[in-house]
Design a protein around this ligand. Structure first.
Ligand SMILES: Nc1ncnc2c1ncn2[C@@H]1O[C@H](COP(=O)(O)OP(=O)(O)O)[C@@H](O)[C@H]1O
Ligand SMILES: CC(=O)OP(=O)(O)O
Ligand SMILES: [Mg+2]
Length: 395
């Protein structure tokens, strides 16, 4: 009994959902988008179809949390913070410390902070969010749900880097992946939609938002994933490079006369869509100008190409595939990207019906009638997975 809140701090967004438990009814949901960019958007849904919307500049996740919490009271979604009986936080990096979600105490917060280098855009903001909530609601149980947990099933052949082996043993130098809660959620939904046991399926799940990762799933378990030691690698993202030659990094540091911290900041914050297009980190802005801006078009083409490359690679690794799944900000909303990615994967029997695909944010089978591999659109729900873990762990 009570209301549970899931808090999901992404690199560019802060999302929350408030659920009545144990019924899992959604009471309210909210998102602050474009944190750190101009014109951040605050959107809160509550009641029966009521909405609160405001556009303002929001610099940090801390500011976003404060605005959200104030609005919960102002909009009378709750009368008192004490109505919230459990809080769950998404945390990106759990390293090898956390193979499951954890009840938060001071030690867990310190461990999350100690993993800052494993997810520099996320863990510090998430730890800050946890502390902010702890201050406000010191006595209610809170849990941390790690993006990396789902990927702990990866075999060594996929999580190891071809570095001297002792770097793994001494320093934990390996691939951890991210977005695991989302990949896990959509994999279960895909099995439901296909009416087949998840254990029998080969899936490639495409979580493409501001951060983006592709996962190969076999027997319901993560088999390989595109993000690495940190969420920097894999496909091209809003502000992150994805895979890049490390020797080029050294070359550029010398040319630019900068140190490693500055270089890592460029790779994480100034690259990807914003770096190539020079227009924006937001796919909507890039697409808005692509007809008259060659660099915007190039950025979008590169983005698509890298997704296609990973999906093809994972179909080979899985030795076949039953379905590919689109989810997260771009995957759920951008039918042009979905269409072009699917068109480039036609060789595998992937084929999207343009009419079915002309949709945003709803669960749907997008496959053409003669497709031999299904293409599914499944809006992710990391927050539902998070509040379920509050119930499981708070006993
Ligand atoms: N209609 C749309 N068309 C294209 N891209 C969109 C659309 N709506 C949202 N996006 C993209 O989704 C991104 C946010 O994805 P999301 O998964 O919510 O973020 P995060 O990675 O911060 O969790 C935005 O940066 C934007 O580029
Ligand atoms: C790990 C990661 O990149 O997360 P997000 O997409 O929420 O920024
Ligand atoms: Mg996200």
């Amino acid at each position: 009994m009570g209301k549970s809140m899931a808090v999901n701090a992404g690199s560019s967004t802060l999302k929350f959902k408030l659920f009545q438990m144990p019924e899992e009814t959604e009471i309210s949901s909210g998102v602050v988008e474009r944190i750190g960019l101009k014109d951040s958007l605050v959107l809160i849904k509550y009641g029966d179809g009521q909405k609160f919307e405001e556009t303002l500049d929001i610099e940090s996740h801390e500011q976003a949390i404060q605005i959200m919490l104030d609005q919960l009271l102002d909009l009378k979604i709750i009368k008192d913070y004490n109505e919230i009986t459990g809080v769950g936080h998404r945390v990106v990096a759990g390293g090898e410390l956390f193979s499951d979600s954890a009840l938060i105490d001071d030690k867990v917060i310190e461990q999350i902070e100690s993993l800052a280098e494993y997810a520099p855009l996320h863990n510090p903001a998430e730890a800050m969010g946890i502390r902010a909530f702890k201050k406000l609601l010191p006595d209610i149980p809170s849990v941390a749900v790690f993006d990396t947990s789902f990927h702990t099933s990866m075999p060594a052949v996929n999580y190891m880097y071809p570095l001297p082996y002792e770097y793994y043993e001494k320093f934990g130098a390996r691939k951890y992946g991210a977005h695991g809660t989302s990949h896990r959620y959509v994999a279960h939904k895909a099995a439901e939609m296909l009416g087949r046991p998840l254990e029998d399926l080969k899936l490639v799940t495409l979580h493409i938002g501001a951060g983006a990762s592709i996962t190969a799933i076999q027997n319901g378990k993560s088999y390989d994933t595109s993000m690495g030691f940190t969420p920097l690698t894999g496909v091209m993202m809003a502000t992150r490079t994805g895979d890049i030659d490390v020797s080029l990094v050294k070359y550029l540091m010398e040319k630019l006369n900068i140190g490693m911290d500055e270089m890592i900041d460029i790779l994480n914050h100034k690259s990807g869509l914003i770096g190539v297009s020079g227009v924006s980190a937001d796919m909507r802005d890039v697409e808005g100008v692509q007809d008259k801006n060659d660099r915007a078009k190039l950025a979008r083409d590169m983005y698509i190409e890298r997704i296609v490359r990973y999906v093809g690679q994972y179909i080979a690794e899985l030795d076949g595939v039953d379905a590919i799944v689109f989810t997260a900000g771009v995957g759920e909303n951008d039918f042009t990207i979905r269409q072009e990615v699917a068109d480039k994967l036609g060789f595998f029997g992937i084929k999207v019906d343009p009419e079915k695909n002309h949709i945003r944010g709803v669960q749907r089978d997008l496959s053409a009638d003669d497709a031999t591999v299904k293409t599914l659109l499944i809006p992710t729900n990391e927050e539902l997975m998070i509040v379920r873990d509050i119930e499981r762990l708070k006993k």
